[in-house]
Write a protein that binds this ligand. Structure first.
Ligand code: CMP
Length: 144
């Protein structure tokens, strides 16, 4: 079914000039970009974004990293967009990510793994609402 998902180019990829590469892969796959921003996540946004990892030993580093500099949050729409994007970005640990995936091609470090994508419809909507107001998401036709 048609879904919306949340995707974010993380600060490591931003700093390495990989924004265009990552956005291109999403566009070229035929997915539709309906929301996009350039911002440095606030501490509040970072903590909310990763609330489910609150009890993990890496939580403080994770929030510190995601708030460390510019990132590009996106709302992406398409048929089965959630699992499609998860497949495109590859395993969380780049050492286990297949070649051809974003992390398999571009990342080396589990913390600095270039991109985040929501894993389910409820988390997608929750994460979208952390970074976007409803009126910041566009509706339009894509002519492929
Ligand atoms: P992401 O998909 O953004 O969701 C949670 C993030 O936590 C994950 O990518 C990793 O960057 C990070 N993460 C997961 N496990 C570890 C770990 N063992 N050490 C450091 N960071 C981790």
């Amino acid at each position: 079914s048609r879904e919306r998902t949340f995707v974010m180019v993380k600060p490591d990829a931003f700093q390495r000039g990989l924004v265009g590469e990552i956005v291109s892969r999403i566009e070229e796959r035929g997915l539709k970009l309906v929301g996009m921003k350039l911002l440095t996540p606030s501490r509040e946004q970072g903590e909310e974004h990763y609330a489910e990892h609150e009890d993990e030993p890496f939580y403080d580093d994770l929030v510190g990293f995601i708030t460390s500099g510019p990132a590009v949050p996106m709302v992406v729409e398409g048929e089965n967009a959630i699992s499609l994007v998860r497949d495109m970005i590859g395993a969380t640990d780049p050492a286990e990510a297949e070649p051809g995936t974003v992390r398999g091609d571009l990342a080396l470090d589990i913390g600095r793994n270039c991109v985040h994508a929501a894993d389910a419809p409820d988390t997608a909507e929750r994460e979208i609402s952390i970074y976007f107001d409803a009126d910041e998401i566009e509706t339009y036709e894509r002519n492929d």
